[in-house]
Every structure is written in structure tokens, then in C-alpha cells.
Design a protein around this ligand. Structure first.
Ligand code: QAP
Ligand code: CO
Length: 168
């Protein structure tokens, strides 16, 4: 098990599109374990492989109160979205200290595989629905700040580059 390094916005590697997983092997299960450890250490409620510079379609999520309900999604696909939309205040482990409102479909149906290659379908609402959409965006190279105005994106970019410089 290992805590992996999380890429920080505006790292261009966050915009790579992840490739589907084809082998449900021990290496995949090790990646899932390391991603879970990284998410819990942060702490966060969701992490996409893209954020740890692995460009494969793998997500871990735990939206439970006591961090006891890890959910793993390999090759996730949104197969249905509600017409009603909701605004939620989002954050991201790759954009530390930044939270802003994003509007998305309120409910989604996701089809995915578990770490052993067993397919499943899940209907999600509330925080889980937000988290799934946020993490699937990462696999497609999209960071939540891209839903914000150009002005806000510029400010966030400047702020994070400055804090990276100060930490160096
Ligand atoms: C994505 O985000 C998400 O800025 C997961 O300083 C967020 O785990 C989905 C975090 C909100 C739905 C709603 C962010 C930790 C964690 C920070 C996270 C920070 C420390 C974010
Ligand atoms: Co994120």
C-alpha cells in the first residue's frame, strides 16, 4: 500500500483522457488500494486515477460518514441522467482550498465494473451523484473549475501557481 502524489491544477496532465482498463489483474487491484489509501489520507471523498497520473478509467469514492464504504468504479459510464439539475458546492483534491458551485444533473445511472471485472449498475442521487460526475469528468480530462467563468479559472490558476512556488 502507498500514498500516491496527487497532481495539482493547473498541471496539464489533468487534461489527459484516460484509457479503458482491459486487464482486471493484481496490478489493477493494487492501484485501487493505493488510490483508496491516498483518498483517505488526504482526506477526500473521491479520487480518479488521472489525479495520481495514471491514465486509466478507475475511480474510488467513499461518501460515508465514517469512511467505511469504499466504492470502486472501473470503466464507469453514465447511461442515464435526470433532466432536473442541482447546484452543489464542489471541491477537488487537485485544486486545494478552492470550492465553488457547479450545476449538474441531480441523478445519474452509472454502469461500471468492480476491481474483479464484475459488471454492475448503480442509480445515484445526492452527494454520490455529484461525486460520480465529478470523478468521471477527471477521466475525460475535465476539472470542475472548467465549469466556472474564465475570470475565476484565471484567478484559481494564479493562486495555485503562487502557492506551489511558495512551497518550493
Ligand atoms: C469531489 O473532492 C467532490 O480543497 C471529491 O483542501 C467534491 O474529495 C465531489 C479536499 C465535492 C462532490 C462534492 C478538497 C480536501 C477534498 C480541498 C474531494 C482540500 C482538501 C475534495
Ligand atoms: Co476532483
Amino acid at each position: 500500500m502507498a500514498v500516491l502524489t496527487i497532481l495539482r491544477y493547473p498541471d496539464p496532465r489533468l487534461h489527459q483522457v484516460a484509457a479503458p482498463v482491459t486487464e482486471f489483474d493484481d496490478a489493477l487491484r493494487r492501484l485501487v488500494q493505493d488510490m483508496a489509501e491516498t483518498m483517505y489520507a488526504a482526506p477526500g471523498i473521491g479520487l480518479a486515477a488521472t489525479q495520481v497520473d495514471v491514465h486509466r478509467r478507475v475511480i474510488v469514492i467513499d461518501v460515508s460518514e465514517d469512511k467505511s464504504a469504499l466504492q470502486v468504479f472501473v470503466n464507469p459510464e453514465i447511461v442515464a441522467s435526470s433532466d432536473d439539475r442541482k447546484v452543489y458546492e464542489e471541491g477537488c483534491l487537485s485544486v486545494p482550498g478552492v470550492y465553488d458551485e457547479v450545476e449538474r444533473p441531480d441523478r445519474v445511472t452509472v454502469r461500471a465494473f468492480d476491481a474483479h471485472g464484475v459488471p454492475f449498475t448503480l442509480e445515484a442521487d445526492g452527494l454520490l451523484a455529484v461525486c460520480l460526475q465529478h470523478e468521471i469528468d477527471h477521466l475525460n480530462g475535465r476539472v470542475f473549475v472548467q465549469y466556472l467563468s474564465r475570470l475565476k479559472q484565471g484567478r484559481i490558476r494564479t493562486r495555485l501557481l503562487k502557492s506551489d512556488r511558495e512551497a518550493a
